[in-house]
Design a protein. Structure first.
Length: 147
């Protein structure tokens, strides 16, 4: 297998990994909306593992790109590789990767927003309950179950 074929294989693996990440983010969104903390924790562990795999693939991609004589040791983009090699597989892969990465970025922002809102709600609820607990304890010296 030549370097270009190896690179295309790595790009396909990255594409598959990003598709799995996108699916995980969709599951995470549903778990956040449904307030299922155990599922969120499981998804988070899976995401961490997948992100590590994607980082390793990215390092391998960069190593392969730098091995091309025309790269002069630089990390060229997929479009630049296409311009130098003329390999017709590259533009389609680039397009799919860009689209998927944009979707991942958008879903990640949505999930971050949901988590921020949930966190704010929990802080407000905790504050309310601590004030209520403090007032009840001051007035009676104890906290009743009815309060």
């Amino acid at each position: 297998m030549n370097t270009l074929d190896g690179l295309v294989k790595i790009l396909h693996e990255q594409l598959n990994g990003y598709e799995r990440l996108f699916d995980l983010l969709k599951r995470e969104k549903e778990a956040i909306i449904g307030f299922r903390p155990d599922e969120i924790e499981e998804i988070s562990r899976t995401k961490d593992s997948l992100i590590l795999q994607l980082k390793l693939l990215e390092e391998e991609r960069q190593r392969l790109i730098k091995s091309f004589p025309f790269s002069e040791g630089r990390n060229l983009g997929i479009h630049d590789l296409y311009l130098h090699t003329g390999d017709e597989r590259l533009p389609a892969l680039r397009s799919k990767l860009l689209s998927l990465l944009q979707g991942i970025e958008e879903l990640n922002e949505i999930n971050r927003s949901f988590i921020d809102r949930a966190s704010g709600f929990l802080k407000a609820s905790s504050s309310f309950l601590s004030v209520f607990y403090t007032e009840s304890a001051k007035s009676t010296g104890t906290v009743s179950r009815e309060a």
